[in-house]
Design a protein around this ligand. Structure first.
Ligand SMILES: [Cu+2]
Length: 650
């Protein structure tokens, strides 16, 4: 028998090559099939009862086309509806067309309704008032202009009047100002310049010149009209004394980027009439301000960019709820970056966690600390790791509020930095010398993480991206994160939760609903999937059902009880589930934007079991439980909460 000749090396190599090519072809052809199989397996896994019981479950909300808005702000009203505010929604065409949107979503019926939006509340500040209205203040007066689009030099001109005579003067849009060398600049808007004020100091009269600011644009394009240093300008058409008394001053006139300009309009959104009610204008124009209720029920507005896109250097103001008016708070002068995150402490001081979002000096106002509003003192709190990565971080007053612990999550370096951190730190404000201590790391470095307090004291954290606005991170074009996790304060660790299916970075929100689910909205990625084209605003809405909603057996119920409670009261709430009730939590609804949620907090109510109900003790202090509407949750021995029952704290 002749042995079969061994194939030559060349033949063998050729045969391997053919096999490889065929295999490659088979894999390529079947790729969609394999992906589909993977997807089917994933679907099977996440829909299993045991999986849901452990990790919870996400579902997509059906949003009719006409209600798909750019969710920039969201708040849960005491009617149970979610207020979703877009304003112009970071869309220049909508801004220029004057198209401003607000919609209401009712999770009980899955229905949406439109709310007329009078002005551009895009990137305003907001917070709940004691009566349940949402105070919405500031917003957008002008959109940014990028350097590449600026053909004509421009700057902020201060018109000054040194004469107390002649009454207020109106200078129409297009008024011309001339430099010493007769270069011409035109005003961008109508302005009214008041007369100077004459003040008597003893027997001397002092004249204080009045002033008003307005944008001016060079009449001619190009670099010729650029002025880089402070200079004086004369107003065309003025004669005699006017020519001497009225003039312009500008620090610079350049072709630099012009930031978004803030608005000063303010509203109370009334959840019962579902309308914006105009209230007094703010003292300052503000874009990206933080509004925070103070223990006396009035509201403090802090930071923001003014109408010319300049960071307000510490000019804060307060809203007087009874008068529906704003007044300057010169005694509380303090500079923070935009959207600083504050948490009201039990003694009424404000804890600034260091979290912020958007704009500001990289040096001033970034150190966390305790702000005492009675004397404007600020005590820095040490210990925060990665202290330069607080921008776009989030912070939460951990449940229960009485423990006075604040946790900070993730964050990025200042501005459009690609750097972010997985760090969490926790500070105990009840300690004699409060300092941040290390918390457990998040699974991945993250900015724009949304954090939501659950009735079982878990803090659900979801969304965010590692890179700036979902953009490049460590070689990947897109960096949205889909992992979610629940932080357990008692165990001081994160538990894995089901993955979301929609990326949420800048301009996104997450909110606890009265039924115990969490709704997530918005996201404003800089780029599309390829990382090459501009991104489009994420309009899909997802709802997360935590594991407690998949436990076998009925949820506890609160059958009745008063709708109003006062501080320090002890009140009986009937429930057939008293025997298994282990805790009661009063959760203040979220009002969130730019990962900032000053309102969210969960207050523990000491509980006594009675034969047909529970007796709950409400805290005495405003700083623990500021006046307003809350959801009352009864939680049973399995960690399953009731549906939240709305209660107003007076
Ligand atoms: Cu914004």
């Amino acid at each position: 028998m002749n042995p079969r000749p061994r194939p030559t090396l060349t033949r063998r190599l050729l045969s391997y090559l053919i096999t490889l090519v065929v295999l490659g072809f088979v894999v390529a052809v079947n790729r969609p099939m394999m992906a589909a199989a993977n997807q089917a397996y994933r679907e099977f896994t996440i829909n299993r009862q045991s999986y849901k019981e452990k990790y919870g479950h996400w579902s997509r909300l059906h949003v009719p086309d006409s209600f798909r808005v750019n969710a920039i702000h969201a708040a849960l009203l005491h009617t149970g509806k979610v207020l979703i505010i877009a304003g112009s929604g970071n869309n220049r065409e909508a801004f220029e067309a004057g198209t401003f949107r607000t919609v209401l979503f009712d999770p009980a019926t899955d229905r949406f309704t439109e709310v007329p939006t009078p002005t551009d509340v895009f990137c305003a500040g907001h917070t709940f008032l004691g009566n349940g209205n949402v105070l919405v203040a500031g917003g957008t007066k002008s959109y940014e202009r990028l350097e590449k689009d600026i053909t004509h030099a421009a700057g902020v001109m201060k018109l000054k009047n040194e004469s107390p005579n002649g009454g207020p003067r109106t200078f129409r849009k297009g008024t011309t100002l001339l430099s010493a060398d007769n270069t011409r600049y035109r005003t961008r808007a109508d302005v009214v310049l008041n007369p100077a004020t004459a003040m008597k100091h003893g027997d001397q009269t002092m004249i204080h010149a009045s002033e008003v600011e307005v944008w001016v644009d060079a009449e001619k394009p190009g670099d010729g009209p650029i002025v880089r240093k402070p200079a004086q300008y004369r107003v065309e058409g003025l004669t005699g004394d006017d020519q001497r008394n009225i003039y312009g001053l500008a620090d610079k006139i350049t072709r630099e980027k012009q930031e978004y300009g803030g608005d000063k309009t303010a509203y109370e959104f009334d959840p019962t009439t579902e309308r914006y009610v105009r209230v007094g204008d703010m003292v300052k124009h503000r874009w990206y301000p933080t509004l925070t209720e103070m223990p006396d029920g009035n509201v403090l507005a802090v930071s923001g960019l003014d109408e010319f896109g300049r960071l307000l250097p510490g000019d804060n103001e307060r809203y007087l709820v009874d008068r529906r008016q704003w007044e300057a708070a010169p005694g509380l002068k303090r500079q923070f970056p935009t959207y600083p995150a504050f948490h009201i402490m039990d003694d009424g001081r404000l804890f600034y966690s260091g979290s912020n979002s958007g704009y500001g000096s990289d040096k001033i106002g970034r150190t966390p600390g305790i702000w005492d509003l009675t004397d404007n003192s600020f005590t820095p709190t040490p210990g925060l790791r990665n202290p330069r990565m607080t921008e776009t971080s989030s912070s939460v007053l951990l449940p229960p509020a009485q423990e006075q612990k604040v946790m900070i999550f993730g964050g990025g370096a200042v501005g459009e930095s690609p750097v972010s951190t997985a760090r969490t730190d926790i500070i105990d404000l009840n300690a004699p010398r409060p300092a941040y201590r290390p918390g457990p790391d998040l699974p991945k470095p993250v900015r724009y993480l949304n954090a939501v307090i659950l009735p079982d004291d878990g803090v659900f954290t979801t969304g965010g991206s590692s890179g700036y606005r979902g953009g490049p991170y460590r070689g990947e074009a897109r960096s949205d994160l889909f992992n979610s996790q629940i932080y357990r304060p008692r165990a001081n660790r994160f538990e894995k939760a089901a993955d979301s299916t929609v990326g949420r970075n800048y301009h996104s929100e997450a909110i606890l609903l009265p039924d115990g689910r969490v709704i997530t909205l918005g996201s404003d990625p800089l780029y599309d999937e390829t990382g090459r084209n501009p991104g489009s605003f994420e309009k899909r809405i997802e709802v997360y059902s935590p594991p407690y909603l998949f436990k076998k057996g009925d949820r506890p119920t609160i059958t009745s009880g008063p709708r109003e409670v006062s501080h320090g009261s002890v009140i009986h709430f009937p429930t057939p589930d008293a025997g298994r009730a282990v805790s009661a939590r009063l959760i203040r609804p979220s009002a969130v934007t730019h990962v900032l949620d000053v309102d969210q907090r969960s207050v523990a109510l000491p509980l006594l079991r009675r034969p047909h109900g529970v007796t709950l003790t409400f805290p005495k202090r405003d700083g623990v439980m500021p006046s307003g509407w809350y959801m009352l949750f009864l939680v049973d021995d399995r960690g399953v909460p009731s549906v939240g029952r709305w209660v107003r704290v007076r």
